[in-house]
Design a binder for this molecule. Structure first.
Ligand SMILES: Nc1ncnc2c1ncn2[C@@H]1O[C@H](COP(=O)(O)OP(=O)(O)OP(=O)(O)O)[C@@H](O)[C@H]1O
Length: 307
């Protein structure tokens, strides 16, 4: 069976307030799923429910059909980093990992391996966590999440506090993890990061899903959407002409030039087109702002910020 996170009709109410409202999505193996939404949209709540830390009001969240709470040794199935600051402040980083390793039944060698992987030096891992910088806490949290060698990672804002080299490192780590068949669900406010790393996107606003799909589907645009009666030949012709074209899920391509250029090329190589139109998407930031405009807390004015 595939190692997949499945969220179905998940709802969470706090009194009259609906924090998560009928949310359904899947996060698939071999793919990084980016979970996006404005502050207070319900991302952390959804992730906490998946990780068994908060009960749902209704609906289900499962991993391979099993709820996190029902797994015999969940940390060997699902690695979770939800709040890096919540780690025991009085313990050293190494102590925290050794305790987790004991609970999980993994060897001490794995602790050293993970510390090395997240680039915490022996001196740093010997310091108490209260003296860690935010980026160091994130690194420790990622080490903790990976300790049990899980096939699924759930990370809430893992890039928070990481320096540029750290963000690059994390990107490489998660890409490699997914490429080896792992499932990654991560939330982030760093849209540029998500744009680079995510394969699939789930966008949430006011507790409701406002868009989901592959990154290509959601960001298709700015160039030209083209489909023909012979897409293989069209791709060869576009490539030969130096045009960059990405296949899209519904069929055909998104090419990085204007429709007229594609129209002329298709006429020259005599390939009948069945679709030719400007791509209608934008970058992730624009998509995010458009999709969540109705649920955003701020207007676009910055007037009040002027001195
Ligand atoms: N224990 C709680 N009691 C009452 N309301 C809560 C509780 N936990 C979360 N909420 C509310 O649920 C909503 C969703 O919060 P959540 O932390 O899931 O948002 P988020 O999308 O992760 O936001 P951010 O991007 O700011 O981290 C918020 O309005 C929050 O105040």
């Amino acid at each position: 069976m595939e190692t997949m996170i499945t969220v179905e009709h998940l709802t969470k109410r706090y009194g009259d307030y609906v924090a998560v409202d009928d949310v359904s999505f899947t996060s698939k193996p071999g793919r990084v799923t980016g979970f996006l939404g404005p502050n207070g949209a319900g991302k952390s709540t959804t992730m906490r429910i998946i990780a068994g830390l908060t009960p749902a009001t209704s609906g289900t969240a499962t991993v391979d059909g099993t709820a996190y709470r029902d797994m015999p040794n969940p940390a060997t199935e699902v690695g979770v980093l939800l709040d890096a600051s919540a780690q025991h402040a009085g313990r050293t980083g190494a102590e925290i990992l050794r305790l987790s390793a004991m609970t999980l039944g993994v060897g001490k060698g794995r602790v050293e391996e993970m510390l090395d992987m997240v680039s915490l030096t022996p001196e740093e891992s010997g310091r108490r966590v209260r003296n860690y910088s935010l980026g160091m806490r994130q690194r420790l949290g990622i080490a903790n999440a990976l300790l049990g060698n899980p096939r699924i990672l759930i990370l809430d804002e893992p890039a928070n506090g990481l320096d540029p080299a750290g963000i690059h490192w994390m990107r490489t780590l998660l890409r490699d993890y997914a490429d080896r068949g792992g499932t990654v669900l991560l939330s982030s406010h760093l849209l540029h990061e998500i744009e680079i790393i995510a394969d699939d996107l789930v966008v949430i606003g006011h507790g409701r899903i406002v868009a989901q799909g592959t990154k290509e589907e959601l960001l298709a645009g700015n160039g030209t959407r083209v489909r023909s009666l012979d897409d293989d030949a069209l791709l060869r012709a576009m490539t030969a002409a130096g045009i960059v074209a990405r296949p899209v899920a519904e069929g055909g391509f998104l090419a990085d030039v204007a429709p007229e250029v594609i129209g002329r090329l298709a006429a020259r190589v005599q390939i009948p087109l069945v679709e030719l139109r400007p791509g209608d998407g934008a970058n992730l930031e624009q998509m995010f702002l458009d999709l969540t405009a109705a649920t955003a807390r701020e207007s676009t004015t910055t007037q009040g910020a002027r001195p």
